[in-house]
Design a protein around this ligand. Structure first.
Ligand SMILES: [Zn+2]
Length: 69
C-alpha cells in the first residue's frame, strides 16, 4: 500500500492503491481531510474546509426588513 506524508502533522498516511487524483482521505493521526493531488509519487494536500465564500449570501434579504420598521 502506498504511503505519503500528511502535510498537517507530517505523519505517514497510507493511501489506498486504488486512489485517484482528487480523492479525499482522512489522516489517522490528526484527522485532517486530505486530497490526493498527485499519484507518482503520491502527494497529499490539506482540503480547505472553512473556505466557502459564496455560501452564506442569504443574509442579504434580512437587511430589508429592519429598514421598513
Ligand atoms: Zn495528519
Amino acid at each position: 500500500m502506498p504511503v505519503s506524508v500528511c502535510p498537517e502533522c507530517t505523519e505517514e498516511v497510507f493511501v489506498d492503491a486504488e486512489s485517484e487524483q482528487g480523492d479525499t482521505i482522512a489522516c489517522d493521526e490528526c484527522g485532517s481531510t486530505l486530497v490526493v493531488v498527485g499519484l507518482d509519487p503520491i502527494e497529499l494536500d490539506l482540503r480547505a474546509e472553512d473556505e466557502s465564500p459564496e455560501a452564506d449570501k442569504d443574509d442579504f434579504d434580512s437587511y430589508g426588513y429592519d429598514d421598513s420598521y
